[in-house]
Design a protein around this ligand. Sequence first.
Ligand code: ADP
Ligand code: MG
Length: 683
Amino acid sequence: MKKDLFDFLNTDLQFVKGVGPKVAARFDDVIGGRRVLDFLLHRPSAVRPRALTQSVADAAAGQTVTIELLIKAVRPGRSFRGRRVPTQIICADHAGATVIIQFFNSNFLDYWLKKMPVGAWRIVSGKLERSGSRNIINHPEFIEEPENIGKIPSIQVIYPAGEGLTQKTFAAVRDQIFAALPDRLMGADENTLEFFAALRDIHFPSGADDLLPNATAMAKLAYYELLAHQSAIAISRRARMDVRNARPVRPQKYDLMDKFRASLPFELTGAQARALDEIFADMSRDMPMMRLVQGDVGSGKTIVALAAAVWMAARGGQTALLAPTDTLAQQHYAKLKPLCDKIGIVCDILTGRDKGPARREKLVSLRSGRTRIVVGTHALFSEDVDYKDLGLVIIDEQHRFGVAQREALRAKGRNPDLLALSATPIPRTLSMTMYGDMDVSIINEKPAGRLPIKTSKIPMARYGELVAHLRPQIDAGAKVFWVCPLVEETEESHVTAAAARHADLEKYFPGAGLVHGQMDKKKRDIVMAEFADNDSDMKILVATTVIEVGIDVPRATIIVIENAECFGLAALHQLRGRVGRGNLQSYCILLFGRNLSEDGMRRLDVLCETDDGFAIAEQDLMMRGVGELMGTRQSGWIQYHFVDYRMHRDLFKLASRAAMDAPTDEWTRDLMYIFDRGETISA
Ligand code: ADP
Ligand code: MG
């Protein structure tokens, strides 16, 4: 692929017009990357027709309508007996039917009102609601003058979105990227052209059918993705067998392992012991280990990984533990350091924050072999980092890394062992296709004394009762997470929902906290730290889904998830994992709204029945509608962009055969680059 095109794909989204660093950071969180390429791989999940309708009388409640309206009067919002009445704009359509447009959020009100002067005609597009005989549109997504009807797409593409990103932002970014693309594709080869044409087809679908897994463009992209994945696996499998890269023989030198066992403050669970047996057996063989340990958050993977590192240290080798973020690296280090000190192993941390003489000192210690275990981020495989004898590479949250990065770290040693950790319970039936090159150990047992989280589902109508129940729990020392999801696409209403919930709960629980994605990160961290502090008055934290990423509050024993039906099973399971971390009984309360579908109810039932991530993942796989809920980082168990793991079995076979049989050509290499988080792979 041409360098010009690569440069374009690697462009940071903040340089796209109208984006900027703040929105780019939102993209990073929501779609898992902030390059043009990441955007292109984020596929739309649905289309929404917005063709013009003559009268609201023709449309059903709940439907999106686009309609020309005469603006007749404005009724400002006010408070009435303690209730907020929204601002209402009274309109009439061409058939004379009355339509009321409502705005709840006063922050943006001036802006909206200016767009809707009394006496003018406007084209309005939004979801039609009916209350009795009244036609209502809350917060319409489009308000345009009649001559600008072209600004309302007759088929709107809907992207899996998230906090701080509206559909309009997605559409604007998409339009700019695809406008710039043809120039970059000049002189490109057939394969490349075909690939980007397929991408264009799914970003500009002509109907819902174009987004189904068996649509031409979708199937093509799925095949390419599988080919990239299977080729990467084939390459690492070949590297593993490489005899030129002979592994050193490692006789055991010290009785470190016994010391380690004796220093543990608890007994290993049966599942931990089994995983360790498998790991030690692998490490004793003359072929390098390639093993994945899967287990829910809190199942005790870190200790298992540390035991493997101690085993390596006892044989003179070094271990590098790679974590996806600074924070996670720090957390690991804080856990490992005391244990290592106890048994006399030198353990260190290396991240992008280390600079100057301090960093140089750390590198010397690694090169000399004195440091036996090093925890860190990408810094671990920077060019100037040398190891004396890197024998084991451990990768935490392995789905956050590409095969290329994994191999870049492995290349620092002579065919070292690899141990990957994952808290994402991939269903057993799928792990072969996902991890064809790895053996899998499963930790499906919680440490002794851990109580299962009691989960229940209750209708939103019982909100008052729930609040009353929280009182004694909080008085007894419990802390409560209260999660509000993204209910509407318009983000003003989303943050409003969380803010309104916070305002209400604050009446019962003074000092309640609020965090959401529009707050700046520093402020968010301060609020979270206050919540985590046992002695603070912040007993309840209202949050949007931003709490999903790495926050550990031992006293948090209750999580309430509002509109739980809006989340996928994977996200609910992960959210629930925020509680139940200590030995106290924890509770998860799933609040559901009035429009709970049958599928939604079944999802909630699955959660009430089990907290075994593997069982939940299997259920999800069986229940999931085609393409439903897929695509955002939080929604799925598996990080494919285009592959539908039920619909594309044949493509999988084709791709794995192609990857096995053929030598890796330039096009396949390009594909691996595209699908492997931007790293080129070296065969
Ligand atoms: P994971 O990495 O799988 O999320 P951790 O390794 O961080 O889980 O373990 C979670 C907590 O459980 C830690 O505080 C750890 O010390 C503790 N723990 C791990 N194994 C056991 C065990 N067998 N018995 C009791 N506690 C354990
Ligand atoms: Mg962990």
